[in-house]
Design a binder for this molecule. Structure first.
Ligand code: SAH
Length: 248
């Protein structure tokens, strides 16, 4: 009798456990489905409807799970058309800005890309979908470690992380085919221009005052560096050496 009771209790526990697991699994599947639908909407309404037309950039934006890079409490807003806060007082850019800056870089599968300002790691994931390898530098140790863990968990194996001041670039891995800054220095850091390959492109928000930042696209052709001003933007400031060298 005693053994029968134990067997009955064990079976009840086992079946309840399996039921809970099945429900959790089902919810996770439903979430994936829901977020994939939100991503498709975002690509259609906020990117294609504007000026994002590169099919590979659109595919990368439709693939990368942005909700995994934002605070759990803000997941419902992950695919909305605005920037969101991430820890350490920083922000993850609006999806359209991420797509637009990426599109200007015209990445090829063999390109080496340098990103300054890893933040949540979202932009790095989008770049990693399109380039050969991404080198990403972040000043905040907390953010760098979090992004590293997350991107590893999501299966990205072509991203290298460094915690440090991106003002100096990553000379050991230079030259780069493309460079992207997701924090704004007062002026383009000279070391980054030096580390750009011939024919390479650099995209950066630049400006000492938040209200007067501009998105710049720089190119190096036949040893000459030229810059084009694209649009007014609002990015978090580049900290560290950039703030010491800015003339105020
Ligand atoms: N690309 C990020 C957005 C990050 S916001 C994303 O997709 O989430 C800009 C980031 O630049 C912040 O995380 C900030 O800590 C970082 N940053 C600021 N100054 C820096 C510097 N000098 N070197 C490297 N990172 C810097």
């Amino acid at each position: 009798m005693k053994y029968l009771k134990i067997a009955v209790i064990t079976s009840i526990c086992f079946f309840s456990f399996m039921h809970v697991r099945a429900e959790v699994g089902q919810n996770a599947d439903e979430d994936q489905y829901k977020y994939a639908a939100q991503r498709r909407q975002m690509v259609f309404h906020d990117l294609k409807a504007r000026d994002i037309s590169d099919p590979e950039v659109l595919a990368a934006m439709e693939k990368v799970p942005r909700h995994m890079f934002v605070d759990e409490r803000r997941r419902a807003e992950a695919y909305a058309d605005y920037p969101l806060s991430i820890p350490d007082g920083q922000t993850i850019s609006q999806p359209y800005i991420v797509a637009r800056m990426t599109q200007y870089l015209k990445l090829k599968k063999t390109d080496l890309v340098l990103e300054i300002g890893t933040g949540s790691g979202y932009q790095a994931a989008v770049l990693a979908e399109l380039a050969g390898r991404v080198y990403t530098i972040e000043l905040s140790k907390l953010l760098s470690q979090k992004a590293n863990k997350k991107l590893h968990k999501l299966g990205y194996s072509n991203i290298s992380f460094r915690c440090g001041d991106g003002f100096f670039g990553w000379p050991e891995e230079a030259p780069f085919d493309a460079i992207i800054l997701t924090c704004a220095p007062g002026q383009l850091p000279p070391k980054l221009i030096e580390q750009l390959r011939e024919g390479g492109r650099i995209i950066a928000p630049v400006g000492e005052e938040l209200q007067a930042q501009k998105l710049l696209l720089g190119t190096k052709q036949q040893g000459r560096f030229s810059v084009q001003t694209l649009a007014p933007v609002h990015f978090v400031p580049m900290r560290g050496q950039a703030q010491k060298t800015t003339q105020r």
